[in-house]
Ligand binder design. Structure first.
Ligand code: PMP
Length: 330
């Protein structure tokens, strides 16, 4: 095999797995994190973007010179725009206007056409997902990538992320946990790991304001509270979540997630976003449940550099009622 990647799409995946010192020492487990912020577009969603595009090409629903349309919290759009550029497709991205400025600026810089919409409930036809579907229907030679209900998304994790984790741990893994946006990661990694060892515990880590914790705990799609985390927090069972092998679930607050995100940066030199901090807090909860000596894997979904104006800005933190860490009080 040649010593170089053939194209941008083949740079996606094969991310390193890193042991988190603080969380491992605190729990007596090995807490390992998959560095998804190291993908070419800077997030886990590059994997779904690549699979969705390649699946559509294989089915003939995306043809040369075509347009990819998606509703996204930002990261999927960044992956679609990069891989789309590399393959000669135009991208139209519909995004809730509340997403971080960095993500919106990045999408524009990559050449995506950005449509900003006000945040609304999923039941509202103006919701960003429905808006993206309508734009795709009205655009000639366009693919609606439909990351929530297109199972090519979770296939990226069944065929990519899960076997990578299995190989990197040498099959010594007792638990896996992460939060859900589309649910592609938790469902796909869960399915891929259970295929190899049915005893691996798959735990959903849910932010406040999402309905999945109550769904898996007691069969009710209901939510309490709210979260400022971008990219996670689901209120319905998407096609990607159908059949997800969830054994247990945790609910993690923004304060807990921020504490972990700040500790990862200050103590381990890992600069990641809030969904990653929430995942690490969930991994520590799973370690407590399984007991010491276990190996637990979670996901570092995207880079904290994507949130300099929010999570790493003392004024923003203060306005949202969160305490800024000492070293951030510049
Ligand atoms: N974290 C971030 C920052 C994300 O953008 C996303 C994707 N929306 C996720 C986590 C969740 O991934 P998934 O869609 O596979 O559930």
């Amino acid at each position: 095999m040649a010593g170089f990647a053939l194209d941008t799409a083949s740079l996606v995946g094969n991310t390193p797995l890193v042991r988190l010192k603080g969380p491992s020492e605190a729990t007596g487990c090995d807490i390992l994190a998959k560095c998804e912020f190291m993908n070419p577009g800077g997030s886990i969603k590059d994997r779904a973007a690549k699979y969705i595009i390649e699946d559509a090409e294989a089915r003939g629903t995306l043809r040369p010179g075509g347009t990819i349309v998606e509703g996204t919290a930002g990261n999927t759009g960044i992956g679609l725009a990069l891989i789309g550029n590399a393959k000669g497709y135009r991208t139209i991205i519909v995004i809730p206007e509340t997403q971080s400025q960095e993500k919106k600026d990045t999408l524009r810089a990559l050449g995506a056409e950005l449509v900003e919409v006000p945040p609304t409930a999923y039941s509202n036809p103006a919701h960003y997902v429905h808006t993206s579907r309508r734009i795709a229907e009205e655009t000639p030679n366009a693919l609606w990538s439909n990351q929530f209900d297109n199972v090519a998304n979770r296939m990226a994790h069944i065929q990519g992320t899960a076997p990578e984790i299995w190989a990197q741990t040498g099959g010594r893994i007792h638990g896996f946990t992460c939060a859900a946006g589309t649910g592609g990661t938790i469902a796909g990694v869960g399915m891929g790991l259970k295929e190899r060892d049915a005893d691996v515990t798959i735990a959903l880590t849910d932010p406040h304001g999402a309905a999945l914790f109550n769904y898996y705990a007691k069969g009710e799609l209901t939510a309490e509270g709210s979260s400022v985390a971008e990219g996670i927090g689901q209120s319905r069972i998407t096609a990607n979540l159908e059949g997800a092998p969830i054994d247990t679930q945790f609910r993690i607050s923004d304060e807990q997630g921020l504490r972990q995100a700040f500790a990862l940066l200050k103590d381990e030199g890992l600069c990641v976003g809030l969904s990653s901090g929430i995942n690490v807090a969930g991994a520590m909860a799973l370690a407590e449940q399984l007991g010491p000596g276990k190996t637990i894997v979670t996901i570092l979904c995207d880079s904290g550099m994507r949130y300099l104006s929010t999570l790493f800005n003392p004024e923003w933190l203060g306005a949202k009622g969160f305490a800024a860490p000492e070293w951030l009080k510049y």
